[in-house]
Design a binder for this molecule. Structure first.
Ligand SMILES: *[C@@H]1O[C@H](CO)[C@@H](O)[C@H](O)[C@H]1NC(C)=O
Ligand SMILES: *[C@@H]1O[C@H](CO)[C@@H](O)[C@H](O)[C@H]1NC(C)=O
Length: 591
């Protein structure tokens, strides 16, 4: 009798606690890379096919004034996951440094003192996974072990690429490069020959033993081999000292990792999108009916160069390789959403879709075709700091039965809002309560849960827009107006909104490349002038009032918030360090 009673109690407890667990919804974040706000059907594009993203918008809330916190991948992703401006922890470029994390084996990385949404949800007993692009640094120890990658930032599962896709991952690159026209190579080969002749001469003259000669010969050749390798595969002699040869880039940075193991080296691009999506679909299936909720951060390698598309999807779109890439990614989103529906998770899963920053206007491939995205009528694009096209990104929240469907919200919101918003929507405490031992920190994003669920307007809000480490503009949403004040602006050639053409083309945020407007800021009211055509005259009362407020806001900000130097400033932290390189000893090709 007593036994039965006990069993009953245990079953009841299990039921109650099981119930409690299922109160918190699953979270799926779908992040597109370099996708422009003008590239989606639901944002007004009528020639590109994005039925799955359009469906997401029709089933949820579409944010039309959704902002990124940076115009490049690394800082923008850091902002997304932490809710904090990346300049606060030095994960931004500076004059003369690389603008993002370039190598898997670099030291620069998201500090472990920063709390990602992964860490927060893990503390709330979620099963957490990142699939796809990380790009927040690995900072591995000797031989690529014990990395500070996603696994130390709250993601229990990692299946993806530690940095980003780059053009170099395509094709086969040569390792043995000997260029007789290059003075450096001429000098190396010349001195090697002289050394060998000298050695042989000494052998005859002084009757050295064969072994001695062999030993010296090997030592010398080794020395020359290392010199050749460094001068050929590292590009210290160029302005972009962090660059390496295409072979080194492809072989050392083009990795597919599963948790802490490299499972493909170099990365196989063909079918990568499908491979990543299959992993996510399986993750959903495996955790759909588990003990607790799950968090899936699916970060697409698409739609970043090198714009490869599976042969079955290539050539289908009306916009070349770029359009094919967008449509292939859309199909991937369809597959992930289908998995949620199949497992009956539509009403218990919050889905957030976004792009990390604007489309890359300047991007052209080797054949001269444009392969970058399109930012609608907004001026500027990827890499251009505070330009509207650089930071105005698509953003869709969908949670059936909780967030209304087919609604557009025009209030300014930011991807910085993800962390507090998700915690709020999921009915979880904010991070300081979730992680009670956490040192105090300011979160720059705010929860937009009540805006999403009930359309409740937000209170006045200021957004700071950085170009790498430098502040270029501020935005003030107040009483229905959205003011944007520039204190620095790129000097574009007359009539243009880009700094040039080419995959490697990137606007500088500093010195001669920008006009300093601090003494006479440029002010727009985006609520009546969304595409920044007519600046507000500096003679108006409105101008004086807004500019005074915002300049004062910036002064107080700079007094209070001190940005550390860029993590990329120390060359030894930014270069490819072979000794901390994760590698794979027995990689076999994926089928
Ligand atoms: C749709 O997207 C393509 C690809 O980026 C772009 O070329 C085209 O101009 C866009 N069309 C509209 C109407 O925005
Ligand atoms: C997570 O699980 C622990 C142990 O079961 C429990 O004490 C804690 O309240 C849970 N946290 C949340 C946010 O549900």
């Amino acid at each position: 009798m007593l036994n039965r009673f006990f069993i009953l109690v245990i079953v009841l407890i299990a039921l109650v606690s099981g119930d409690k667990k299922s109160q918190h919804p699953n979270v799926v974040v779908l992040l597109a890379d370099d996708l422009g706000i003008g590239d989606l059907g639901c944002y007004g594009n009528n020639t590109i096919n994005t039925p799955n993203i359009d469906k997401l918008a029709s089933e949820g809330v579409r944010l039309t004034h959704h902002l990124s916190a940076a115009s490049l991948c690394t800082p923008s992703r850091a902002a997304l996951l932490t809710g904090r401006y990346p300049a606060r922890y030095g994960l931004v470029g500076e004059d003369g440094t690389p603008p993002v994390i370039v190598h898997v084996s670099s030291r620069a990385s998201l500090p472990l003192t920063e709390i990602t949404l992964g860490r927060a949800l893990e503390a709330a007993n979620y099963t957490t996974a990142i699939v796809g692009k990380w790009h927040l640094g690995m900072n591995c120890a000797l031989l690529g072990r014990d990395c500070d990658g996603p696994k130390k930032h709250g993601f229990q599962h990692f299946y993806g690429i530690p940095t980003t896709l780059v053009e170099e991952f395509r094709g086969n690159h040569r390792f043995w490069i000997i260029d007789f026209n290059q003075p450096l190579h001429q000098a190396l080969i010349g001195s090697w020959l002289i050394s060998v002749v000298t050695l042989l001469y000494f052998r005859q003259k002084m009757e050295f033993q064969c072994m001695t000669i062999l030993f010296f010969g090997i030592c010398l050749s080794f020395f020359f081999l290392i010199s050749w390798f460094v001068s050929t595969h590292y590009r210290f002699h160029t302005l972009k000292w962090w660059k390496v040869s295409p072979w080194l880039d492809q072989f050392m940075n083009g990795l597919l990792m599963y948790d802490n193991q490299v499972i493909e080296q170099p990365l196989q691009l063909d079918g990568l999108m499908q491979n990543l999506v299959s992993f996510s679909v399986k993750f959903i299936a495996d955790h759909a009916h588990g003990d607790g909720p799950f968090f899936l951060y699916h970060s697409f390698g698409h739609v970043h160069t090198p714009m490869f598309t599976h042969p079955s999807m290539a050539g289908k779109s009306r916009h070349g390789r770029y359009g094919d890439n967008v449509e292939e990614m859309d199909a991937g989103i369809g597959a992930i959403m289908a998995a949620l529906t199949e497992h009956n998770l539509d009403e218990t899963t919050i889905v957030y879709f976004l792009s990390d920053h604007g489309g890359h206007l300047e991007c052209v491939d080797n054949e001269g075709h444009r392969v970058g995205g399109h930012n609608g009528l907004f001026k500027g694009g990827k890499g251009q700091g505070a330009s509207e096209g650089a930071i105005r990104v698509p953003g869709i929240y969908r949670w059936k039965g909780h967030i209304p469907s087919s609604v557009s919200i025009h209030e300014p919101t930011s991807l910085l809002d993800m962390l507090p918003t998700i915690l709020d929507l999921a009915n979880l405490p904010q991070i300081h309560d979730l992680l009670p031992n956490l040192p105090a920190r300011e979160i720059d994003g705010v929860s937009i849960a009540s805006l999403l669920m009930r359309g409740e307007p937000q209170t006045a809000r200021v957004f700071i827009h950085h170009c790498q480490r430098s502040i270029h503009a501020v935005r003030w949403a107040k009483d229905g107006h959205v003011y944007k004040m520039y204190i620095k602006k790129h000097k574009f050639p007359e009539g243009s909104h880009q700094c040039g053409w080419g995959i490697m083309n990137l606007c500088s945020c500093f010195d001669e490349s920008v006009t300093d407007l601090t003494d006479k800021p440029l002010l727009f009211d985006l609520s009546s002038d969304p595409y920044e055509d007519d600046p507000i005259s500096s003679a108006t009362e409105e101008y004086k009032e807004v500019v005074t407020y915002l300049l004062d806001y910036l002064d107080r900000w700079q007094e209070r918030v001190h940005y550390p130097p860029s993590q990329f400033r120390k060359k030894s932290d930014a270069i490819l360090s072979l000794w901390t390189q994760p590698f794979c000893l027995d990689c076999t090709k994926r089928n």
